[in-house]
Design a protein around this ligand. Structure first.
Ligand SMILES: NC(=O)c1ccc[n+]([C@@H]2O[C@H](COP(=O)([O-])OP(=O)(O)OC[C@H]3O[C@@H](n4cnc5c(N)ncnc54)[C@H](OP(=O)(O)O)[C@@H]3O)[C@@H](O)[C@H]2O)c1
Length: 329
């Protein structure tokens, strides 16, 4: 490789939003044991990226600066470190970088072989880069926590997915439909048609009184809720749940954690389960396979060049993306 430095976008301290991103030339990283050097073709922004920049996870995981944000990347393997078995130069891949080291808003990054999967030609870099955090969270929420089987053999019949137009929600709707589940979804009025095309059977505009109450238009009770929108009180979920209904909360606030504990210790039949993504390569491989087979798609809100990464960052902070926001070096 002739280039020794790369263009990257980094933060030198906490805070600052889009204005806190700095365009820099830094040395191209070298892959260590078990790592791959990737030429990045696309990266996607997740809300957790700017939440980390804001310092929201600082008490648990303090950042080391300078920090190059984003974890979800698709690209090509340029070099491999010692001990790498499954990839070689020239392979096309999708990878999830370490959440606190980041590295995605850049021309090159090193990824762990353990969270990297092959990307077939049918899956574009942008579609692949959308998958890691959002797709894996949707899959984990539905299957591991929600107990759903995607082979149409499960017992869950009705599910509610909130913020179905967002990065996680769009995948959750499509995956739930693979399991042949009746899906009610919430989103804004402008996205109702799109969410129907993803497979939702009933769609609620979250800004209407019925949407705010989460009541199914056909008065169905939910066996499972995948909650991807901003925090909603338990008293809103509770009347809409079937007798053993479960809320899987991917955006839990303090009161959700409290409710979850109370429901657990009182052996309530209705449960609230706050969750955190535990990324697994086999799940990422499964999702890439679904995209390849045409069973899952990545809705792309917008694509931005790396030299305008702050526009993409500001759009994510704004909270109104429809699908995934992609940055391309
Ligand atoms: N626990 C975990 O491990 C985990 C993993 C991934 C994500 N998350 C969290 O999950 C949340 C969702 O992530 P994301 O990537 O899907 O976010 P996103 O793509 O930024 O979500 C934006 C979408 O949400 C819609 N929306 C906003 N408020 C809504 C409401 N009250 N009801 C219905 N729709 C609403 C917006 O629609 P409008 O434009 O019409 O308002 C927009 O289309 C974030 O807070 C993220 O940090 C947690």
């Amino acid at each position: 490789m002739t280039d020794k430095v790369m263009h990257a976008v980094q933060c030198d301290s906490y805070g600052g939003g889009a204005a806190g991103l700095k365009h820099v030339e830094v040395p191209i990283p070298k892959p260590s044991k078990g790592e791959l050097l990737l030429k990045i073709e696309a990266t996607s922004i997740n809300p957790v990226d700017w939440k980390i920049q804001k310092g929201m996870l600082r008490p648990l995981f303090p950042l080391k600066f300078p920090w190059i944000p984003t974890t979800d990347v698709a690209g090509e393997v340029l070099d491999v470190g010692p001990g790498v078995k499954n990839f070689k130069t020239g392979d096309k891949v999708v990878s999830m970088l370490n959440i606190f080291k980041g590295g995605g808003l850049s021309q090159y990054a090193v990824s762990s072989e353990k969270l990297t999967v092959s990307r077939p030609p049918e899956v574009s870099a942008a579609e692949g880069a959308g998958l890691p955090v959002a797709g894996l969270t949707a899959l984990q929420a539905l299957t591991y926590h929600g107990g759903l089987t995607l082979d149409k053999t499960g017992t869950t019949s009705n599910i509610l997915i909130t913020a179905a137009s967002g990065g996680v929600g769009q995948y959750a709707v499509q995956l739930a439909k693979l399991g042949n589940i009746h899906v009610t979804a919430t989103c804004g009025a402008r996205n109702m048609d799109l969410v129907k095309t993803l497979g939702a059977d009933e769609v609620l505009d979250y800004k209407t009184p019925q949407g705010a109450k989460l009541t199914s238009p056909s008065d169905k009770k939910y066996d499972l809720v995948i909650h991807c929108a901003t925090p909603i009180p338990w008293s809103t979920f509770e009347p809409n749940l079937s007798p053993k209904g479960k809320v899987i909360d991917i955006t839990p606030g303090p009161s959700a954690f409290w409710t979850a504990v109370v429901k657990k210790i009182t052996c309530s039949k209705k449960q609230l389960v706050p969750i955190l993504l535990v990324p697994k390569a086999k799940n990422l491989d499964y999702m890439v396979g679904l995209v390849k087979e045409g069973k899952l798609k990545t809705i792309i809100d917008s694509k931005h060049p790396l030299n305008k990464a702050e526009e993409a960052w500001a759009k994510s902070i704004d909270g109104h993306a429809t699908g995934k926001i992609i940055v391309e070096p």
